[in-house]
Ligand binder design. Structure first.
Ligand SMILES: NC(=O)c1ccc[n+]([C@@H]2O[C@H](COP(=O)([O-])OP(=O)(O)OC[C@H]3O[C@@H](n4cnc5c(N)ncnc54)[C@H](OP(=O)(O)O)[C@@H]3O)[C@@H](O)[C@H]2O)c1
Length: 305
């Protein structure tokens, strides 16, 4: 009997990593995950994936040994306390170095659309640095650059829907004409897994088939959840102040200044033919009335402890 190939996925109990792990398991592959989380026995993947703690030290070598492909989703959404983009870049480098030492065949690295080493935004600058580190490693690799990933258990679209359901006035920063090109989390996982099975070094965007201006995007979500809120454009500084107040009330970081400015700069779109096929409007129409019913806290999910 042949033993199924083993892949390592970071964050299989989290968002994108979970869908990558599910897609690999569907193909009959074995999955080990690197995670800070203790598996909740009720999680559907709890007894289907091996778990290794995510420590950025020599223990990584052991966690990666025997793996065919490493799928790396690790990143941080914003800086807080000792969590910095600089540290995230270093940790990502440590992960790639360990993968090389452990003899991993290929690395699929989840980056972001439009990374740029000269970007004013540390998120996009840091991603460009991680991509460069992977290319320089000499390992067989694929770099997948998602735009804005939506799907069950996402934070961004869910919280826009939550805001639309719960506040009387929803502020769209600036002129609202900057575009977004969302991609489903299932398409993103498929693009990653397809890229993992290739042998050539590639860099691909993960983007969906449709683009909207941000204001249109918000109005689509509002219609889907039947929100009666008043959607108005506001100066970015006003929208940011409102988000800060909301963050204080919700004990979360709703959106950062850089995230708003990157959105306004049109960085959440692709300039390649889209590889994603699932339509955001179809997903919206099929989400049961749960979208935006409950606020999802980034701090609670990703900055605990
Ligand atoms: N979501 C989007 O719209 C979007 C758009 C473009 C690019 N991306 C990229 O896609 C990848 C996956 O994103 P995602 O939204 O699916 O992320 P996620 O599941 O929330 O987190 C991905 C991984 O990063 C770890 N992580 C997250 N925040 C952390 C923190 N504050 N400190 C330490 N570790 C942390 C998680 O660890 P645990 O497993 O231990 O929880 C998990 O392994 C990321 O590289 C992201 O930059 C996402």
């Amino acid at each position: 009997m042949t033993v199924a190939e083993l892949d390592v996925v970071t964050g299989a109990f989290s968002y994108t990593g979970r869908h990558i792990a599910e897609a690999l398991l569907e193909q009959g592959r074995r999955v080990r995950t690197l995670t800070r989380q203790s598996p909740d026995p009720a999680h559907p993947l709890a007894d289907r994936v091996q778990v290794s703690p995510f420590a950025f030290d020599r223990s990584l070598d052991e966690s990666l040994r025997g793996a065919d492909t490493l799928y790396n989703t690790f990143w941080v959404r914003f800086e807080r306390g000792s969590t910095t983009f600089g540290r995230a870049v270093e940790n990502t480098r440590a992960l790639f170095d360990a993968a090389k030492r452990a003899g991993v065949r290929r690395v699929v690295h989840v980056s972001v659309a439009n990374p740029d080493a000269a970007s004013p935004f540390p998120y996009f600058r840091g991603k460009a640095q991680t991509e460069e580190a992977l290319r320089a490693s000499g390992m067989s690799h694929a770099i997948v650059r998602p735009t804005l990933v939506y799907g069950a258990r996402d934070i961004l679209v869910n919280n826009i829907a939550w805001g639309l359901r719960h506040v009387p006035v929803f502020l769209v920063a600036g002129d609202g004409r900057y575009e977004v090109q969302p991609v489903s989390v299932e398409d993103t996982a498929r693009i990653c897994v397809d890229a993992g099975s290739r042998g050539d070094d590639v860099t691909l965007d993960a983007a969906g088939p449709d683009r909207w201006t941000y204001e249109e995007f918000v109005r689509l979500i509002a219609r889907a959840v039947r929100a009666r809120t008043w959607i108005v454009r506001s100066p970015t500084s006003v929208a940011l102040s409102a988000a800060r107040v909301a963050g204080m009330l919700l004990r979360d970081v709703v959106v950062t200044r850089d995230e708003l400015l990157a959105l306004e700069a049109g960085l959440l779109v692709s300039h390649e033919p889209p590889l994603g096929t699932e339509r955001f409007e179809t997903w919206l129409a099929n989400t049961p009335g749960t979208l935006g019913r409950r606020y999802t806290s980034e701090l609670a999910r990703n900055f605990r402890g």
